[in-house]
Design a binder for this molecule. Structure first.
Ligand SMILES: [Zn+2]
Length: 242
């Protein structure tokens, strides 16, 4: 299946780097970030960002977000990381789920969040924002969000139980679901669901939300669980403070 509005490599992405970046974020001297492609593995990450300490989580599809002040000593279980500490590289691994970065430009805080359907339904992005606000009183105007590649709506059919859980949690389901091919199934727009959380519930301006709008299932340089099942690798998405 081909996605609507078939994605092209936009000018603001540096494709030759093996990870996508948001062009306007490259002007921030204290920030590093990237949404990895399939060829960009852990060794590449460690080598290219050798002055950083990369932090990965044992991801659970939960709504757990952890604030890090220093290098963690033990394994971290959760799906979101926030830090204001220089030299930590926050990593989120995905294969269809939406990776989201948050940046507080004034107070120099960053977050990396794993937004699958379960975490999205539990509004994990709002939890990350809550932690950032508690630490620095970040205002909406100072916050930027960056959405990476993820499975797009036309490629992401889910069952009615998913639809029902979003409805129960107060999502505007008419905006994020379309009827599926199969009776009782729906196409879920994970990107839009998270966008609405930021604009409707957190008060961010759409102007401050940046998108690398590519479908993991349609593009061969990205990993997709729906396409590759158990053979799917994981894309490495990273953000940190220099
Ligand atoms: Zn697709």
């Amino acid at each position: 299946m081909i996605c609507a509005g078939d994605p092209v490599i936009r000018k603001d992405m540096a494709a030759e780097k093996r990870y996508y970046q948001i062009e306007s974020w490259l002007k921030i001297p204290w920030l590093v970030h990237g949404f990895g492609q399939a060829g960009f593995d852990w060794d590449n990450l460690v080598e290219e960002f050798s002055s950083f300490f990369p932090v990965e989580m044992k991801q659970q599809h939960s709504e757990q977000v952890i604030f890090l002040e220093s290098r963690p000593e033990n394994e971290i279980k959760g799906d979101g990381l926030v830090t204001g500490t220089r030299g930590l590289l926050l990593v989120v691994k995905t294969a269809d789920c939406l990776p989201v970065f948050l940046v507080d430009r004034t107070n120099q805080l960053v977050a990396a969040v794993h937004c699958g359907w379960r975490g999205t339904k539990e509004k994990i992005l709002l939890r990350a924002l809550e932690i950032m606000r508690k630490k620095s009183r970040s205002s909406e105007a100072e916050l930027w969000a960056g959405f990476g590649p993820a499975i797009e709506q036309r490629c992401y059919e889910v069952g009615r139980e998913v639809f029902e859980q979003f409805r129960q949690n107060g999502f505007r389901v008419e905006e994020i679901f379309q009827p599926g091919e199969k009776t009782g199934h729906f196409y879920l727009d994970l990107r839009k669901a998270n966008l609405l959380l930021l604009t409707d519930e957190a008060g961010l301006s759409e102007r401050n939300i940046f998108q690398v709008d590519l479908c993991t299932r349609c593009r061969s340089e990205l990993f997709s669980y729906r396409r590759d099942r158990d053979n799917a690798g994981r894309l490495l998405n990273f953000i940190g403070l220099k």
